[in-house]
Design a protein around this ligand. Sequence first.
Ligand code: ZN
Ligand code: FE
Length: 256
Amino acid sequence: MPNLEIHQFPCLSDNYGVLIHDAENNLTASIDAPEASAVKQALAEKGWTLTHILTTHYHADHTGGNLELKGETGCTIVGPRAEADRVPGIDVLLGDGDSYDFGAFTAKVFDTPGHTAGHITYWFPKASLCFAGDTLFTLGCGRVFEGDAQTMWTSLSKIRALPPETVVYSGHEYTQSNAAFALTVEPGNAALQARAQEISEMRAKGEPTVPTTLSRELETNVFLRPDSAEIRTNLGMEDAEDYEVFGAVRAAKDNA
Ligand code: ZN
Ligand code: FE
């Protein structure tokens, strides 16, 4: 089976950039392009030549490098159809249900609106990889800027339904504050307690907490757990719909 190599690197203040490389076909994609200089440095370190940018959403900290990188490499920029007018240099427009072939690997595309109205998520089933942008974070989720709780919950539910072994990459290192918040929402979750401890140790050593696995998120990410009896009891929402519980958790984090 062909191998998809991955290289993650920090950039800007708290973003992550990711390169994926299909050596057999000599293809390299940047998942989003937070800033051209950091992406170019990462490419140089690996000795890879950029052929694609896979954009999750239009925010400047995800597209700021697009035009410079395209100008220098002629790479193909792939991104959300619903945000085509806001993604600099976009060539290929994708939306829910589309597939995009990247060498030996195929990305399945989901619309995951809420953080932005046109946000998309890329899932590579053969490689068990998901690039969730600013929709799902390690122990967190993106702020809902362009949509309501129900919209965002529907988007998160699509990611939640992927195989649990899926490795999930996301755009930011926000995990330590996410863990502290999560413990206020579901303090009796033993898996979360252990994970918060582990995350403190990782961050103290400067280690990234991205990527994560979906199985770990299902156990510990309070934004994916509106069906938790403890969370519902703590919020006084025993009989609410999942999206309503999710919305209350998101609102509490926004106001924390
Ligand atoms: Zn964003
Ligand atoms: Fe972002």
